[in-house]
Ligand binder design. Structure first.
Ligand code: NDP
Length: 484
């Protein structure tokens, strides 16, 4: 996808800052150019050079850049202002040491981050992840994606992400508490209700949010809506725990409805067994579908009888209270099988919902899903399908809802939690359910607006639709601000 501009001699100095109008800076010795466009390949070369070894971040930028380059081809103002170049450079990356003491009085040292990618349309907003796989690259990719996702919700939220390479698994309650307090002891300087409002993500659920909120309040002596995902007793919103998983299923419903189809009577394969996966499974069951699998990082369970609402309640207890492993499912429900070290994508199904982690569904697995008759994929997790896997779905023309659109329900209800905190009021479940349902329908419609391909079959490229719709709002706000 090469930039086919007449002025092919144009060379825009890659490493420069945004120039003052009328004072463009060109590479020394380069011909006087009439255009400041670079092609996609050159753009990505620059991204790779500036972010060495950050494979997840580069993968995320590449996926968005392809679509944006097509969209802005004839839109000079975005080129002149170097908008994509600026969105792909976080506003700030804060990295810090997190010291804590374990139960045996050993001093432990972890690395913590907050990546504030872009606040053009609202305060930074995005989850905190505690997982041993957390790196700066992973958080930069997540903060970049979050910028587009938050824009798609239509709510005033910028994009950020944070976390630490801390593994809450196997830690005692007091170890988790001490770690959360230590993490917040640095983080509190960088956040605030109009600055940056973090939430939960992998390894950070109600318990961790509680410890972090308590520490923020202790340090600042302020009660304010600085975190979302709080418990109902202290400013949380109903529907927030359910919102990401339910939202991914609502998005799936909207994709199916576009083809005059529905979830009822269909089988679904779901990965993960955490917050997103269990709520996605719950909503699929409520809509008359049959859930066949759940998983964790050790393996997956396949229950041919279906993982019904009672079994899902049991999994929630297993994960949130007992803090056990999904392998224990087969001891409780003996008709099910456990597959150690495997992922669930070879189980034949109509619908697939990857709800665990990034890059958990590769090209071969995508092909197996398609060959087995899977008709739609809705991503509860962030970037769970590899680049080549996405291509398989597109080539097969099956419905494919990327995470930045399909899982945006979580941050959308987080945005609504911020509104409730500002108003010092709590809305009821009916109101929030209606709002989540219509937000997901709006996100779907925006993807259709920018993603429907010309041609007889009217195939909808939801990736392209989400990228362009998400980009446009942020880009237009940035144009209004000038070179900042
Ligand atoms: P949880 O920590 O509640 O659950 C994560 C689940 O994924 C666990 O079952 C975990 O298993 C599994 N998992 C982690 N790593 C792997 C791996 N390498 N292979 C297979 N399974 C793995 O997290 P959430 O449910 O909150 O988040 C899941 C995904 O959804 C993430 O991508 C997150 O960014 C995304 N998301 C979450 C939102 C939210 O509101 N929570 C909002 C939007 C997106 P194990 O216990 O073995 O680690």
């Amino acid at each position: 996808m090469v930039w086919n501009r007449a002025a092919s001699t144009a060379v825009w100095h890659h490493s420069n800052a945004y120039p003052k109008p009328g004072a463009r800076e060109f590479k020394k010795g380069a011909p006087m150019a009439v255009s400041d466009h670079v092609d996609l390949e050159k753009f990505m070369e620059g991204v790779k050079k500036r972010n060495p070894g950050q494979t997840e971040f580069i993968q995320a930028v590449q996926e968005v850049a392809q679509d944006i380059f097509d969209f802005i081809e004839d839109k000079e103002e975005y080129h002149e202002a170097q908008i994509l170049r600026r969105i792909a450079e976080p506003d700030r990356v804060v990295s810090f040491r997190v010291c804590w003491e374990d139960d045996d009085h050993n001093i432990r040292v972890q690395r913590g981050w907050r990546v504030q990618n872009n606040n053009a349309i609202g305060p930074y907003k995005g989850g905190i992840r505690f997982h041993p796989s957390v790196t700066e690259s992973v958080l930069k990719f997540l903060a970049f994606e979050q910028t587009f996702k938050n824009s798609l919700t239509g709510l005033p939220m910028g994009g950020a992400k944070g976390g630490a390479n801390f593994n809450p698994k196997g830690k005692s309650e007091s170890e988790v508490m001490r770690f959360c307090q230590s993490y917040m002891t640095e983080l509190y300087r960088h956040i605030g209700p109009s600055t940056d409002v973090p939430a939960g993500d992998m390894g950070v659920n109600g318990r961790e949010i509680g410890y972090m909120f308590g520490q923020y309040k202790r340090i600042t002596n302020r009660w304010e809506g600085v975190l979302t995902g709080k418990a109902l007793e202290y400013g949380g919103s109903v529907m927030r725990p359910e919102a990401t998983g339910y939202g991914a299923v609502y998005f799936l419903c909207n994709m199916l409805a576009d083809k005059a189809d529905a979830i009822e009577g269909k089988t679904a394969v779901i990965s993960g067994a955490g917050n997103v996966a269990t709520h996605a499974a719950e909503k699929v069951c409520q809509m008359g579908g049959k859930v066949l699998t759940l998983s964790d990082s050790d393996g997956f369970v396949h229950d041919p009888d279906g993982i019904d609402l009672d079994k899902i309640e049991w999994v929630k207890w297993l994960k949130n209270e007992k803090r056990g492993r999904i392998s224990e499912y087969v001891e409780e429900f003996t008709n099910a099988e456990y597959h150690e070290g495997q992922r669930p994508w070879n189980v034949p199904c109509d619908l697939a919902l990857p709800c665990a982690t990034q890059n958990e569904l590769n090209e071969d697995e995508a092909r197996t899903l398609v060959d087995n008759g899977c008709m739609a994929v809705s991503e509860g997790a962030n970037m769970p399908t590899t680049h080549d896997g996405v291509k398989v779905f597109h080539d097969a023309k099956i419905m494919y809802g990327p995470g930045k659109a399909a899982n945006a329900g979580g941050v959308a209800v987080s945005g609504l939690e911020m509104s409730q905190n500002s108003e010092r009021i709590s809305w009821n479940k009916e109101r929030l359910t209606d709002m989540l349902t219509s937000l997901m329908a709006d996100i779907h419609d925006k993807c259709v607006e920018y993603g429907r391909e010309n041609g007889d079959d009217g195939y909808i490229d939801y990736v392209k639709g989400a990228n362009i719709a998400g980009f446009k709002k942020v880009a237009d706000a940035m144009l209004a601000f000038g070179a900042v």
